[in-house]
Design a binder for this molecule. Sequence first.
Ligand code: ZN
Length: 337
Amino acid sequence: MILVAKIEDVRDARLLEPTDAVVRVTRACICGSDLWPYATLEPSETGRRMGHEAIGVVEAVGADVRTVKNGDVVVMPFAFSDGSCVFCHEGLHTSCIHGGFFGTSDIDAAQAEALRVPQADGTLFVLPVGEDDALMPSLLTLSDVMGTGHHAAVAARVGPGQTTAVVGDGAVGLCGVIAARRLGAEQVIILGRHADRIALAREFGATDVVSERGDEAVERVRELTGGFGVHSVLECVGLEQSMLTAIGIARPGGAVGRVGVPQNETMPASQPAFYDNITVSGGPAPVRAYIEELLPDVLEGRIRPGRVFDRVVGLDAVPNGYRAMNDREAIKVMVKP
Ligand SMILES: [Zn+2]
């Protein structure tokens, strides 16, 4: 089967609501979750716009927009949110009652020259840097992968001195390693099999690597943890097998934080999870809630999640970027329109 992504001309981005902004995209990227529709979406007349991670410059704002203005350099979380409803106040911006996700039905997407951003005040975060700042790759990860890795670690209840395992060596898993170390985990085991990704995981602070799969992987993690498994598991894949492994390596009373988009209706290993009192938590990361917490570490160089980008393409070459990520030639592709 030949998989293709295509570049198409669409109508210029414009303001539709008084709470909108139009953002000229200066950096975007291809997400591991973009590879699911890449592999499975049926061809259609209208196609589907893709991309939900970006940094850009505000070019126009609606009449009701108060906190962002033309010329601001902004990072865009993958979900838009009003910043004022009950769920936004609870830090769960992905459940905003006026929110939604970029790149879905009538909402613009980010692998583009520009896009309309709904709920601009609640959604966009103004960055204190110029549009070509050297920190751009790491700042761009605040749009999704670094916030998502952090969410997995929070959901898995990572804490000081504890043992953690990360299932998946994609960009989110690698950011999960950073997040786990940042929250104080002493032992961080990465489960992955790609040499380049494992090397980066070690640089990010992983202490052990498990490249076996299935029951053998579970066995190896138990050996590395005195026979019991880890306190916290970050599940960063979303497949049945990865969830089975995640629950298999959690110690009794431990927690699994899942951020890989589940590709199955039902959750596997329900009975072992029950008998070992394992908490399974997680979901789409409210990355808007985490930007304030993570930004100082990026600006001051304490974390460098932008190292997950190992290829840069222009808009014309976005289809090559999809192919490279799908073939595991690239960890994560940055798009520079
Ligand atoms: Zn809200």
